[in-house]
Design a protein around this ligand. Structure first.
Ligand code: NAP
Length: 288
């Protein structure tokens, strides 16, 4: 059973405006949470619950194209200036792209969005997390990487091969779960908990969304996958459910699961941390 949620709790969600993130936002709002949405596009315009929450500032929107560091930096600075605390951070924005593309900084987009950006957000919002009560970070991952036979952290930034879902998408999520595991003891020493969780298969197909799924997966998703409220429940349980005292773990269907290639976790963490220090944290006092 989940812990009973108090009224003044604040969650920050990336990708809060669509799919699984939107369902999680709806649930948290209906339980009285305040939600800080870090999004690149708008919420559905005709959604009464969302509009009411916006009117009373229970829901607050900050806009950023997360893979563009100048846009991300501006939004994070705004959040730090305007918000008092964060109890739970959900790094949820992501998805499988149909082709190989690169961020403004020149790195493969899945890696930038799903591996590097969550790390930057954690580092930048640590102070707000320390001011919160739950001090919890949930990184949305996937079990798609269980099919990976090879994993080389040195190819994440500039892969030479592309495969939908089981290529750079899966590798970047594995890298996310690996740095989550690797950084957990350090964060625990500061009182913060971090976990990665697979929201399971969810039907998040919609008009105007270019699918990065292999062709045979689309009908499966359409006909057999549950609605995104299922994934939202798994992320919610990852934050507040029976594993809420654990840190570093990777959860599938709410159960702690093994990760592959854990010997490469420190290399992945070094990589994201050095990108952060070199390209994002420029001008700030150096980290201990
Ligand atoms: N659906 C599944 O079966 C499944 C399975 C395992 C894991 N996941 C993971 O669950 C998470 C949510 O996915 P979903 O299925 O709910 O997909 P979705 O409906 O496409 O939602 C993805 C969210 O991420 C946002 N986003 C994507 N790229 C962004 C960028 N560059 N900058 C800012 N925001 C960005 C999207 O913004 P826009 O609305 O502007 O596009 C959207 O809000 C992802 O991390 C995904 O990898 C999903």
């Amino acid at each position: 059973m989940s812990e009973r949620i108090e009224q003044d709790r604040i969650a920050l969600l990336t990708g809060a405006n669509n799919g699984i993130g939107l369902e999680l936002t709806r649930r948290l709002l209906s339980e009285g949470w305040q939600v800080i949405a870090l999004v690149r596009s708008g919420f559905p315009e005709d959604d009464m619950q969302i509009n009411q929450a916006l009117n009373i500032k229970q829901l607050r929107i900050y806009k950023a194209e997360l893979t563009d560091f100048s846009s991300l930096r501006a939004a994070l600075n705004q959040i730090k200036a305007e918000e008092d605390k964060i109890d739970v951070l959900f790094n949820n924005a992501g998805g499988s792209f149909p082709d190989l593309r690169f961020s403004k900084q020149g790195r493969e987009s899945h890696f930038e969005l799903q591996t590097v950006v969550p790390y930057i957000i954690v580092e930048e919002l640590k102070e707000l997390l320390h001011r919160g009560t739950l001090k919890t970070i949930i990184n949305t991952s996937t079990n798609a990487f269980k099919f990976l036979k090879q994993f080389d952290p040195d190819t994440l930034e500039h892969p030479t091969e592309f495969k939908k879902l089981f290529g750079p998408y899966a590798a970047s999520k594995l890298a996310l779960s690996l740095w989550t595991l690797e950084i957990a003891p350090l964060l625990a020493s500061e009182g913060l908990k971090i976990r990665s969780a697979d929201p399971g298969g969810n039907n998040t197909l919609r008009k105007n969304k270019k699918s990065g799924l292999p062709f045979y997966m689309k009908p499966i998703m359409k006909l057999a996958f549950p609605p995104p409220s299922k994934g939202a429940t798994l992320l919610y349980e990852a934050a507040f459910g029976k594993n809420r005292e654990l840190s570093g773990v990777f959860l599938i269907k709410g159960e702690v699961s093994d990760l592959k290639f854990i010997n490469l976790g420190s290399k992945v963490l070094e990589k994201v941390s050095s990108i952060y220090k070199r390209e994002f944290d420029v001008g700030s006092p150096s980290m201990p």
